[in-house]
Design a protein around this ligand. Structure first.
Ligand code: AMP
Length: 475
């Protein structure tokens, strides 16, 4: 196993790493540190939780120490862009921690707080600036930030930045940077848009990636219910009242879907909160606080919103919609069964999700045990849509991604080889015929026909190829 000393890090950085208690570099650190030290552009495929911050912060700090600049105030030599203020604060904190034995200065810029302290920090001189795009551009426009001496540009969680609509901001910031620079781009996925962005920003990059651990935590009991989309609300409501499920995290693929689940559960007398990109920061924080302190028993989340969510004692994770990217499954279920506690991961698989299930099973090298559907599940009418609203678009159109602007679910993008050109489901479904109609209990069968109409009106009908926020399974 490699040691930090072998990465040729200087003593002040090694001491800082040692103080953190890190014994050995994580895989992304072992791969990226030498490349960044050598001045290469890097396209890194790694999620939060893999140690990627140190993978870029340590070699950047080392290069700064080894190439000091004279004059005052110091110019900004490193710019790190992050999608959210939480991540910006966290990344700046990491630079501070790892650079504690150097004289380098860091600052962080994000919105939602007064700008005066940030402007004062910039005036005093900063070596490493970590920022979210909005506030950075704001202060650039006011003439408080000069980026003409930046030698290293880091784009952290680039996929999430694109999901959040920051593409134009990124281009504007990049246009203000010197052309001769080192650029590092980290993303959890390397979907086509990311590659396109990388092609625009990076010059002959070295690619480094870490593949997530393929085996979910053994303490997690996993099972799958074969249930049609229309029956999912009833099934979920039924399961949430099972004893032992005191804190449940429910994943949906779309923001719209998360809201619908909350509404359906409310009709069944179960209070739940949703977190996703359309919720204000305040609402998200309140929902999370409630979930943490136990006053909110059920949290419904999209993958992007649930990133970084670290809550102890989640008794069950529900994959209400199966993710299109199998690694996301591993990430999701890693939220339960933390710290040696046993956990439960329950997946709902509708007929059109069988390919997703198969991909998950291939990744985890394990066939998910199938659980029977409970009897006596009561129907929960799905909320009705206003005619002509988004949900009524034919599914075929949604799958081809030709929705009007602004009507795409969070993180959605047309994906070659997924919805497009997919062979008929029947061709690739599981071998057993019993997994068709016969799987559904009579109660649920009855429910199905009743809710089909409502489904056509938009209940969780959209595919959302979310990014792959695999975070903690490598921890
Ligand atoms: P990150 O992916 O950068 O958000 O890092 C995830 C967590 O891993 C952070 O809490 C770091 O403190 C921790 N970490 C980073 N590098 C190492 C390492 N080499 N050994 C142990 N923990 C680490």
């Amino acid at each position: 196993m490699m040691r930090f000393e072998e990465l040729k890090l200087i003593q002040p950085l090694l001491a800082a790493v040692q103080k953190q208690g890190y014994d050995v570099p994580t895989p992304i650190q072992a791969k990226a540190i030498p490349e960044v030290l050598a001045g290469h552009d890097v396209l890194g495929c790694a999620q939060t939780g893999t140690g990627k911050t140190a993978a870029f912060a340590l070699p950047i700090l080392q290069n700064l120490v080894e190439h000091p600049v004279a004059g005052a105030p110091r110019p900004i030599r490193v710019l790190v862009l992050t999608p959210t203020r939480e991540l910006a604060a966290q990344v700046e904190e990491s630079f501070k921690t790892y650079g504690a034995n150097t004289s380098l200065r860091t600052a962080v810029l994000f919105g939602g707080v007064g700008q005066s302290p940030q402007v004062a920090a910039l005036r005093a001189g900063v070596d490493v600036l970590v920022a979210t795009p909005g506030r950075l551009l704001d202060l650039m426009n006011q003439g408080h930030v000069r980026l003409d001496r930046v030698g290293v540009f880091v784009l952290d969680e680039a996929d999430r930045m694109l999901d959040m609509g920051f593409i134009h901001d990124i281009r504007r910031v990049a246009a203000a940077l010197p052309r001769a620079r080192q650029t590092l781009l980290f993303s959890a996925t390397l979907l086509p848009e990311i590659r396109e962005l990388a092609g625009f920003l990076l010059s002959r990059p070295v690619s480094v990636s870490v593949t997530p651990a393929a085996t979910p935590v053994e303490a997690i009991a996993q099972r799958v219910h074969f249930v049609e989309k229309g029956d999912k609300p009833a099934l979920l409501a039924h399961m949430l009242v099972e004893p032992g499920i005191f804190r449940a995290l429910v994943f949906t693929r779309t923001k719209h879907g998360a809201d619908k689940v909350v509404k359906c559960l409310a009709r069944a007398g179960i209070q739940a909160a949703a977190i996703h990109g359309n919720k204000s920061q305040g609402k998200r924080e309140r929902a999370l606080d409630g979930f943490r302190d136990g006053s909110q028993r059920v949290l419904v989340a999209t993958d992007i919103a649930a990133r970084g969510l670290d809550v102890e004692d989640i008794s069950a994770v529900f994959n209400y919609d199966l993710p299109h990217e199998p690694e996301v499954y591993v990430h999701r279920i890693g939220r339960t069964g933390r710290a040696g506690a046993s956990g439960l991961a329950i997946s709902f698989c509708a007929s059109e999700e069988r390919d997703d299930l198969r991909a998950i099973e291939r990744l985890i090298h394990h066939r998910l045990p199938e659980a029977p559907l409970p009897a006596g599940v009561k129907p929960i009418p799905a909320p009705r849509e206003v005619p002509g609203s988004r949900g009524q678009r034919p599914r075929s159109q949604q799958a081809q991604g030709n929705r009007p602007r602004g009507d795409r679910p969070q993180g959605s993008r047309p994906q070659a080889g997924r919805s497009q050109g997919r062979p008929p489901q029947g061709n690739r479904s599981r071998p057993s015929a019993s997994q068709g109609q016969r799987r559904f209990s009579p109660t649920l069968q009855a429910l199905r026909s009743r809710q089909k109409t409502e489904n056509a009106q938009g209940f969780l009908g959209q595919d959302e190829p979310g990014p792959n926020p695999y975070r903690s399974a490598t921890r």
